[in-house]
Design a protein around this ligand. Sequence first.
Ligand code: NAP
Ligand code: GCO
Length: 267
Amino acid sequence: MAFDMSKFSLQGKVALVTGGSYGIGFAIANGLAAAGATVVFNDINQELVDKGLAAYEAAGIKAYGYVCDVTDEDAVQAMVKKIAAEVGVIDILVNNAGIIRRIPMIEMESKDFRKVIDVDLVAPYIVAKAVIPGMMEKGHGKIINICSMMSELGRETVSAYAAAKGGLKMLTRNICSEYGQYNIQCNGLGPGYIETPQTAPLRELQPDGSRHPFDQFIRAKTPAERWGTPEDLMGPALFLASDASDFVNGQVLYVDGGILAYIGRQP
Ligand code: NAP
Ligand code: GCO
């Protein structure tokens, strides 16, 4: 039986990547564009959107950028309507926008905890809710929620982030459960430790020029013995966005250099 490679093509598809002006979202959007998708992204202010538009242009991609805070439901509903009118009805949603606060739990204020839950868990629900009706009408849709190692593991200082990303894994399964019958696939992509501005504080060189202890810890904990790059996520995201994954639903695909499979090196 011959495999139809065109299943990996995203020609004619409209993909919204939230928070996609740089970092992981930007890389994923580049991968989707290379497979033929029209890329739409949003970010929280005009400056970031302009920076993103310039970066896509430099990469040879015609992207559409919108200013929108993904925690603001009215703004998200308005953006999704605008995208339908100006670009087309969304076929692929990548819930990528996210934040982290690294504060020991008993020192954290509940308003900070709530803020992380709002951006990393409630917003993916808000955006998915806004795009699913259009996907149901079209008869297909792909939703990729950007999860994390912290969808499975805990660590000091990231209680809100872990609670949100663990919740996002279950939101993924629930969207699959509720809308799988409409040919909508919702999967998670779980990056390991990736070199982006979000993790820069964990990789800073020490004043004496040595590696940050967390950097050493991650290299030792990763069978690949390196941090991931945003580019490492492009192929896995393309798979989940394409027809090649039409019977994959409710899963989280971890792209972590093997961290979750490994007990760690004996000291
Ligand atoms: P990043 O560099 O901080 O980028 C996240 C993007 O989301 C930024 O453009 C950010 O804008 C935007 N954003 C934040 N709040 C928003 C809001 N309310 N509305 C709209 N946009 C908003 O992060 P990244 O490292 O590329 O991470 C992207 C995603 O991957 C996140 O969900 C993150 O949790 C996840 N992740 C990252 C890693 C990693 O190792 N880096 C690993 C696993 C999962 P601002 O610049 O204004 O904040
Ligand atoms: C941290 C990190 C993370 C990662 C990522 C792991 O402080 O431990 O920032 O949580 O960014 O989500 O997959």
